[in-house]
Design a protein around this ligand. Structure first.
Ligand code: ADP
Ligand code: MG
Length: 364
């Protein structure tokens, strides 16, 4: 889904490269922490993924596209697949919460009907329903970041990039944001988060990629932060401890829900398969549940059934329509609030089902 191949980035006028020979691959559905001291190259990595910048050497591929080969005119379209949030929220100060979230959709030509449905749903997802008419300055920092997350998600991107999203927030508020990111990931969105919040990284036990002076020094599947001795401790110890404990509880709850949903989902797929085999359309191969589209865009998911099941539960993948046609009434296992992308016609609206999508090859 995201691949760095021997990526080096040198900024003009600097002697030392910001990134040197960075190599990693992120699969669909992963939650990855990008950690390292200030200046270690985290934001540079994220900018390369967004194609805000290009490597000096090496290759960056995202969603099957070699970004070096991506024509400039296609960059805005490409970025619609990627949501991003930043430490400083970057809201439009003179627009309401609703307008902030709606803005990108308006600029990219979404229909009014879609916007009127998608914006409240995105705000509900981040826990901000009822605050649509507020101005950013009337919100707390945590609420402002939630608006930014709603804005990043309203297009149902496949990837969410978060650059120090809790950097301006107090520990308790940060926990809520982490909990939200974990839920978003549990819904199938690939999340890459740059941070130096050691407590979260330790507690969440997700994959950690660590940079040091632009060099990747660690890639650990279930990592902690590593050596935290150089990290300034801004909050009192007990607050950090409480925040970390709360974060862990929240994440465990999300993991439990996800596991439950995976079981239901597996049963559902099985039932569909049997129905397809015995029904009048039994000549349809049961594996079409995953759809040839999915197979084409993400062959790796077949080897990772739990990730595929996760991503199906809340329908983040506009290509996967199978989930939205449960055969048994009452078994639809939606727990997390989610926009049904297929129903809303987002795929068509964004042109995802057209020629452009053919550029999305295997995750290379
Ligand atoms: P991090 O996000 O981990 O703090 P950055 O990716 O922002 O690190 O920066 C990595 C290195 O690249 C730093 O030494 C920084 O000063 C340098 N750098 C970042 N952006 C630029 C730029 N636009 N021009 C020159 N140097 C830059
Ligand atoms: Mg940075």
């Amino acid at each position: 889904m995201i691949r760095f191949e021997n990526v080096t980035k040198r900024y003009r006028g600097t002697s030392k490269p910001a990134l040197s020979g960075v190599d990693f691959e992120v699969q669909r559905g992963e939650f990855v922490f990008l950690v390292g001291a200030s200046g270690s190259g985290k934001s540079s990595c994220l900018r390369l993924i967004l194609r805000e910048d290009v490597p000096s050497s090496g290759r960056v591929a995202v969603l099957g596209r070699d970004l070096r080969a991506l024509a400039n005119r296609k960059v805005p379209y490409f970025r619609r697949h990627i949501g991003s949030v930043f430490q400083d929220f970057r809201l439009l100060p003179s627009k309401t919460v609703y307008q902030n979230v709606a803005f990108t959709l308006q600029v990219t030509g979404s229909s009014r009907g879609f916007i009127q449905q998608a914006v409240p749903e995105a705000l509900a997802l981040v826990g901000l329903d009822g605050k649509q008419k507020r101005m950013p300055h009337e919100l707390s920092g945590g609420e402002q970041q939630r608006v930014a997350i709603a804005r990043a998600l309203v297009n149902r991107p496949q990837i969410l990039l978060a650059d120090e999203p809790t950097g301006n927030l107090d520990p308790a508020t940060s926990v809520g944001i982490m909990q939200l990111l974990a839920r978003i990931n549990a819904g199938g969105t690939t999340v890459l988060m740059a941070t130096h919040e050691a407590a979260f990284v330790d507690q969440m036990q997700r994959r950690v990629i660590e940079l040091k002076d632009g060099v990747m020094v660690r890639d650990e599947t279930h990592g902690g932060y590593g050596d935290t001795s150089n990290i300034p401790r801004l909050a009192p110890e007990e607050v950090r401890g409480a925040a970390a404990a709360a974060a862990l509880t929240a994440v465990q709850e999300v993991q439990r829900q996800t596991a439950d949903l995976s079981v239901v989902r597996a049963a559902l797929v099985d039932a569909q398969r049997r129905a397809a085999a015995s029904g009048p359309s039994g000549d349809v191969p049961p594996s079409s549940a995953a759809s040839s589209e999915t197979a084409r865009t993400a062959p790796s998911t077949s080897a990772r059934p739990s990730a595929a099941a996760q991503s199906s539960v809340t329908t983040p993948n506009p290509d996967d329509e199978s989930v939205d046609a449960p055969t048994a009434p009452g078994t639809r296992p939606i727990v997390l609030p989610a926009v049904d992308v297929a129903e809303l016609g987002v795929a068509d609206r964004l042109g995802l089902s057209d020629a452009d999508d053919e550029e999305v090859g295997p995750t290379s």
